[in-house]
Write a protein that binds this ligand. Structure first.
Ligand SMILES: [Zn+2]
Length: 228
């Protein structure tokens, strides 16, 4: 029943819509080799080479970003009956006494809803995402100069005790690096770039997000609607 090889596991993940993409990056975090830079052999900013030769003599990229697209995973959430029922939980459980109990009671979230009412206030099923990132040093901090930075997403639509459970946290980027990543904006770009909108500036994130139309089928109401 379960796949017996790594290749079969990958094929299964692709069918479930949770595959990942590899994007080559500059060793010094200047750019990603995609769009206008996809065929470049060296970084246009720092002139560092894109590839190196490893100990076995093979040509390998200096740095690779792993990107797991989130839209297929979000769409799958609305096809699960129990989760689809909870996508407007945050709107039905707001604090009425002025105390903040869930992230959606915060001033920041209210501001977002007031500023983009069509996307958020009028459609409680629109996805509210929190973005978190942290570095991990798998072989202890001091003895290794290798680390990875993970960028994860938290879905605020569902109850807080569910949103932080491992099955609902979404890992979207794995950034390799040493002790720190110099320009995280560069790596955040593919996540923002979910429908082909070109930007390398994640401070424009809300502007980009509100310009995107991404439809999903809602199992309970049997309708298609814009999730982002
Ligand atoms: Zn560079």
């Amino acid at each position: 029943m379960l796949p017996s090889t790594c290749r079969e596991v990958r094929q299964l993940l692709v069918k479930l819509g949770i595959e990942y993409k590899q994007i080559h990056a500059c060793k010094n975090d200047c750019i990603l080799y995609r769009d206008e830079y996809k065929d470049n052999e060296e970084c246009p900013v720092c002139k560092e080479k894109r590839y190196r030769t490893d100990v076995q003599g093979s040509t390998v990229p200096n740095k690779v970003l792993r990107h797991m697209p989130i839209v297929p995973r979000l769409q799958r959430m609305f096809r699960c009956k129990s989760l689809a029922q909870l996508m407007d939980w945050h709107a039905k459980n707001r604090s009425k006494d002025g105390f903040m109990r869930i992230p959606m009671d915060s001033k920041a979230m209210k501001h977002i809803e007031e500023k983009w009412p069509r996307k958020f206030k009028d459609e409680p099923r629109s996805i509210r995402l929190g973005l978190a990132m942290d570095g991990v040093h798998p072989f202890s901090f001091l003895s290794s100069n290798y680390g990875v930075f993970l960028v994860g997403l938290i879905v605020y639509n569902i109850p807080p005790w569910m949103s932080v459970r491992k099955e609902h946290l979404m890992l979207t980027l794995i950034v390799p690096g040493k002790h720190q990543v110099k320009k995280m904006d560069v790596y955040i770009a593919p996540f923002i770039n979910i429908t082909g909108f070109k930007t390398h500036d994640y401070h424009n994130f809300m502007k980009v997000l509100t310009s995107i139309n991404c439809y999903s089928y809602h199992l309970l109401t049997k309708t298609y609607f814009d999730i982002l």
